[in-house]
Ligand binder design. Structure first.
Ligand code: AMP
Length: 217
C-alpha cells in the first residue's frame, strides 16, 4: 500500500499517518520529521534547511527528493509507505512518479484532508508534543489527562515546534496554496485522488480513510 496524505499544515496528516502506520505495519515517511532530525543532528541538510523551516518556507526540491528517494529504497518500505508532507510541489510529485515507475511501483491512493483555514491556525498554534515519546497534545483540544504529564509515557517534558506559531502559520498556509494545492488537480487527473472531511473527529477521519483504503487494496 503506497499512500500519500495531502493537506495543509495542521490538517491531521501526521496524526492519521501514525494510526495507519501502526494498523497496517508500513512506515510513515514525514519529510518534516526527517528534516527536523537533520537540523537536530547538525548535518549539511539540517544546516541548509533550518532557517527556511523556521521561516515557514519550503526546503528546496533537490534536498527533499533525495531524502525520499533514499528512504523509499529502505527494506521497511518494501510492503509500502505513507507519505506525510511529501510531495509538496509539482516538481516533487513528478520526481516521485519517476522514482516509483523506475522501481515498478505505483501509488494506491492520494487522500486529501480538507480543513477550514480558521481551524488550522488554532490547531497549529496550540499544539505540542511529548519530547520523550512524541505523543501529540493541544492547549485546548487535547490536553493530557493529568496536567503536565504525558498520557503515553509519563514524561513531564514537552516541546513546541519553532515554526508552530501564529506568525509562521500564515507563511506556511500561503506556501501550501501556492505550491502544494496544485497537486490536488495533478492527482485528480491521474485518477488517484480521494478526499475526506478533516474537520471531523480523529476517529471519524480515520474511519473515512480506512473506508477508502479498503476499497483500493
Ligand atoms: P511539516 O512537519 O510537514 O509541517 O514540515 C515542516 C517544514 O519542513 C515545512 O514548513 C518545510 O519548511 C519543510 N518541509 C517538509 N516537507 C517538505 C517538502 N516536501 N518540501 C519542502 N519543504 C518541506
Amino acid at each position: 500500500m503506497n499512500l500519500i496524505l495531502l493537506g495543509p499544515p495542521g490538517a491531521g496528516k501526521g496524526t492519521q499517518a501514525k494510526v495507519l502506520s501502526a494498523k497496517r505495519g508500513i512506515p510513515q515517511l514525514s519529510t518534516g520529521d526527517m528534516l527536523r532530525a537533520a537540523v537536530k543532528a547538525g548535518s549539511d541538510v539540517g544546516k541548509a534547511a533550518k532557517a527556511v523551516m523556521e521561516a515557514g518556507k519550503l526546503v528546496s526540491d533537490d534536498i527533499v527528493i533525495k531524502i525520499i528517494e533514499d528512504r523509499i529504497a529502505a527494506a521497511d518500505c518494501a510492503r509500502g509507505f505513507i507519505l506525510d508532507g511529501f510531495p509538496r510541489t509539482l516538481a516533487q510529485a513528478a520526481a516521485l512518479d519517476k522514482m516509483l515507475t523506475s522501481k515498478g511501483r505505483s501509488l494506491d491512493a492520494v487522500i486529501e484532508m480538507r480543513v477550514n483555514d480558521g481551524e488550522l491556525v488554532g490547531r497549529i498554534s496550540g499544539r505540542y508534543t511529548c519530547s520523550k515519546c512524541g505523543a501529540g497534545y493541544h492547549d485546548t483540544n487535547l490536553k493530557p489527562k493529568t496536567a503536565g504529564v504525558c498520557d503515553s509515557c509519563g514524561s513531564t517534558d514537552f516541546v513546541r515546534r519553532p515554526d508552530d506559531n501564529a506568525a509562521t502559520v500564515t507563511t506556511r498556509l500561503m506556501a501550501y496554496y501556492r505550491e502544494t494545492s496544485p497537486l490536488i488537480g495533478y492527482y485528480f487527473c491521474k485518477g488517484n485522488l480521494k478526499s475526506v472531511d478533516g474537520m471531523a473527529s480523529i476517529e471519524d477521519v480515520g474511519a473515512a480513510i480506512e473506508g477508502i483504503l479498503n476499497k483500493v487494496s
